[in-house]
Design a protein. Structure first.
Length: 182
């Protein structure tokens, strides 16, 4: 059962491995401003520390956005009965996205501008050619994807993530990397 807590009684979890910044943080704040009742339907999950403060297990980014917006109270659900292992497990599992988006469905039946406003990073469907648009020898080439990174560090991290994803979900798929303009 949710209860209302003063925001100055709630503190972020120092062990939270997730971050949010820049455009995505602004989208989260806008989301809270546009639909504040969502916080009531999805309260922060917290535990009480030895100082009597509430430490966030689920909702660290919402707490950060709420503080930035100047909110004074937030709904919370307490998980004081959980073991340390359960708290750590929840901290990670609450942030794992198991599902995948059906981009065809979203492109067909949803307003992509609105989806972007709601915080979903939607690919630009306008620049993606359909199979019918591909001509000549292009039709016989395997499908490819181009990703552009802001800096070499992003590319290095992505290489590891992409390889793990390919190994796990797309047997036989491979990728190659080039730096700079081709």
């Amino acid at each position: 059962m949710a209860q209302i807590a003063k925001i100055n009684q709630i503190k972020p979890n120092p062990k939270n491995p997730r971050t949010i910044k820049d455009e995505r943080f602004e989208k989260l704040k806008k989301s809270i401003q546009d639909f504040p009742d969502m916080l009531n339907k999805r309260p922060l999950v917290c535990f009480t520390d030895t100082d009597g403060k509430f430490v966030v297990l689920g909702g660290n980014m919402r707490l950060k956005a709420a503080k930035d917006l100047g909110l004074k109270e937030l709904p919370i659900i307490l998980a004081d009965e959980w073991t340390e292992e359960q708290k750590a497990e929840f901290l990670i599992k609450d942030n794992v996205g198991f599902g995948e988006w059906d981009w065809n469905e979203l492109n067909t039946d949803w307003d992509t501008e609105q989806l972007n406003e709601w915080g979903l990073d939607v690919p630009d469907f306008a620049i993606m050619p359909s199979e019918d648009e591909l001509i000549g020898e292009e039709k016989n080439k395997p499908p490819t994807m181009k990703i552009t990174f802001e800096n070499p560090e992003q590319l290095q991290k992505a290489e590891i993530d992409i390889q793990e994803l390919l190994d796990r979900k797309y047997k036989g798929a491979y990728f190659s990397v080039s730096a700079g303009e081709l």
